[in-house]
Write a protein that binds this ligand. Structure first.
Ligand code: ADP
Ligand code: MG
Length: 627
């Protein structure tokens, strides 16, 4: 054996993944070819760009193309390109490990998937790229030389745990991947990948739009011919593209194996010309909420690939949108930094955002099932836009859906909410909290329920953030039912009754405010309670308790926010306390009851007691005395 051959172990994640791929739980095995061609196409894009940006690069860019060779006798299939290639270290890095964020999560889910169908669906969502080769091959040889370097590298593996690497002196620039196909009878349903006809058909079907020539030998002839039409899909008029072509193009740009949920086209003519072909995926990527989560738009200038995940073209809250923007009038020399300042890019971005939001709005109106799917996958990310994108706030609000007390099964848009509003209801009400149960059982809800007023149930952490920024929708105020004074008289009594009651309770309220002054800002009478004795509420501009907790968890210094204790004057406990306080103001037990009332109110909204041990001691004492 060659002394220069080194054997490496695959990274543990790759090993696991390869096991799955080899034992082929993915039914559409043809996908392997699309992945190889897609990688070659990317490699050619990268070479063209590198040669343009680095005039000293000694690379051959004369006849950039992809070649597919079938050797039926040897049962071998080769996909070759003369693109950027890989250095030895890159081969180890890129082919021996998975760089995709969210891989660990994916493998965990895969382990938990109970059946083959579940596992297959997960693979379809993840996409296994280069490793898909092992669905059809029992040995794969990759020979590559990076443009500008002298020595090439041969990589080879049977997919079972290890691979070998050795230097190759005379490797051509670019990469060739040779699949040694599994024996024909190994799998019953496997297509015959040694048939040139079959391979041609697969290339046409999956990779026709690739903008580089894909060459194959003419059947029964020495000559080669280009088998793909090479027309950039985004540049073609809508009528000239089929649904199937768009789907395959999406899989190529998004590195996804599932179909897109929606396709979006944009085109500007005239002095500043550009085309965009964007897709909303049908599932959220695993890294949607990870720090290094990429944005999905590729930038082309006059058909030349410039960069992946172009953050200047799409705001972060729409990072899940995939696709291509091709601008005619930009310089090929643009960099990420200059793009940020570029006025044309800013204009494109503005239009993309508007168009995406409008597309989702159309889904909402025209295809509620698709819209529900969209919202389930991406809603949490979209809601970030309520804070991050004030210019489009109205439009973002329009496409949001929320849980509400109207229907536990179905989310509602704000527009639908407004249409259901009761006579006499002015505002849109919401409550934030940790869970639906906590909110449903919270005392704050009582009067709203008694009146039949619907309340939005907001339980995502991001909800706490945007409710502070968004104060109205369609001319109506958005109001937290746990903040400020609400103008609902649950008892629906008259003005004079209220004044009378205020007088009656003034003594108790003053005394309690003083007694509980360490913990609360004020004690006052409530109009939002029907059955509970008390609840705590925030002042209109106070930080919500969850947000306060969140900021603390993030390490911010936040001053303790004191809340307001509201009492239900109609509740026997409160009425009794008032009477006792009037008759025997000095009695020590009264202060304890006041503390217990506050503790109960905090617990009722799912909050944490400041001193649970003390609460229990006082409660136990009081109970004991009733025996
Ligand atoms: P993805 O294409 O989603 O990144 P793949 O598994 O298909 O994942 O490929 C992994 C990486 O290997 C690619 O990102 C690329 O850097 C490298 N690679 C694969 N094929 C080629 C090729 N033909 N030429 C150059 N680099 C390649
Ligand atoms: Mg790939």
């Amino acid at each position: 054996m060659n002394a220069q051959v080194e054997t490496f172990e695959f990274q543990a994640e790759v090993r696991q993944l390869l096991q799955l791929v080899i034992h082929s739980i993915y039914s559409n095995k043809d996908a392997f070819l699309r992945e190889l061609v897609s990688n070659s196409s990317d490699a050619l894009d990268k070479l063209r760009l590198a040669a343009f940006q680095d005039k000293d690069l000694t690379a051959d860019t004369e006849d950039l193309h992809i070649a597919v060779d079938v050797d039926a006798e040897a049962r071998a299939l080769t996909v070759r390109d003369n693109g950027i290639g890989m250095s030895r270290d890159e081969v180890v890095q890129l082919i021996g490990t998975i760089a995709k964020s969210g891989t660990a999560e994916f493998l965990k889910q895969l382990k938990e998937a109970k059946d083959a169908a579940g596992a297959q669906e997960l693979i379809g969502q993840f996409g296994v790229g280069f490793y898909a080769s092992f669905m059809v091959a029992d040995r794969v040889t990759l020979v590559t030389r990076r443009a500008g370097e002298d020595t090439g590298t041969r990589w080879e593996s049977g997919g079972e745990g290890t691979y070998t690497i050795e230097p190759v002196a005379d490797a051509p620039q670019g990469t060739s991947v040779t699949l040694h196909l599994k024996p024909a009878d190994a799998e019953e349903q496997t297509a015959d990948y040694t048939s040139p006809w079959k391979i041609r058909e697969i290339v046409k079907r999956y990779s026709d739009f690739i903008t580089w020539p894909i060459r194959m030998a003419k059947p029964d002839s020495e000559e080669t011919e280009t088998v793909n039409s090479m027309k950039a899909l985004w540049a073609r008029p809508k009528e000239e593209t089929t649904e199937a072509e768009l789907t395959e193009f999406y899989k190529h740009v998004a590195h996804d194996w599932a179909e897109p949920l929606e396709t979006i086209r944009l085109r500007a003519e005239g002095t500043f010309e550009y085309q965009a072909l964007l897709f909303i995926p049908s599932h959220a990527p695993l890294d949607l909420f990870m720090r290094d989560g990429k944005r999905g738009i590729q930038l082309y200038v006059k058909r030349v690939f410039i960069m992946d995940d172009c953050e200047s073209l799409i705001p972060e809250y729409l990072r899940f949108v995939k696709g291509v923007v091709d601008a005619q009038d930009l310089s090929l020399n643009v960099s990420r930094e200059t793009l940020q300042q570029d006025r044309q890019i800013q204009l494109i971005r503005k239009r993309l955002v508007k168009k995406i939001l409008a597309t989702v709005k159309d889904l909402q109106a025209g295809d509620s099932e698709k819209y529900a799917k969209f919202w389930g996958e991406f809603g949490k990310a979209v809601k970030e836009g309520l804070v991050a994108d004030p210019d489009n706030r109205e439009a973002v609000l329009e496409i949001c859906s929320f849980e509400s007390t109207a229907d536990a099964e179905k989310q509602t848009t704000l527009r639908e909410y407004v249409e259901r509003m009761k006579d006499g209801q002015q505002d849109i009400y919401y409550m934030t909290g940790d869970s639906r149960t906590v909110i449903e059982n919270s005392p704050h809800l009582e009067a709203f329920q008694a009146k039949g007023f619907e309340v939005l149930v907001l339980t995502d952490p991001i909800d706490e953030m945007w409710v502070d920024a968004v104060t109205e929708f369609d001319g109506r105020q958005l109001k937290s039912i746990a903040k400020g004074e609400v103008d609902l008289d649950a008892g629906a009594d008259s003005e004079t009754d209220r004044e009378e009651r205020a007088k009656d309770f003034a003594g108790l309220l003053g005394w309690m405010t003083e007694k509980l002054g360490e913990s609360v800002k004020e004690v006052r009478l409530s109009t939002r309670l029907t059955t509970s004795p008390a609840c705590v509420v925030g002042d209109t501009n106070d930080l919500a308790p969850n947000l306060e907790k969140m900021y603390r968890a993030m390490g911010h210094e936040v001053p303790k926010v004191k809340r307001i204790l509201e009492l239900n004057p109609g509740h026997p406990l409160v009425a009794g306390l008032r009477k006792a306080h009037e008759e025997r103001p000095e009695e020590t037990g009264l202060a304890e009851t006041a503390e217990l009332l506050l503790g109960m109110a905090v617990l009722a909204e799912g909050g944490d007691l400041a001193d649970p041990t003390k609460f229990i001691r006082v409660l136990a004492d009081r109970l004991e005395r009733t025996l």
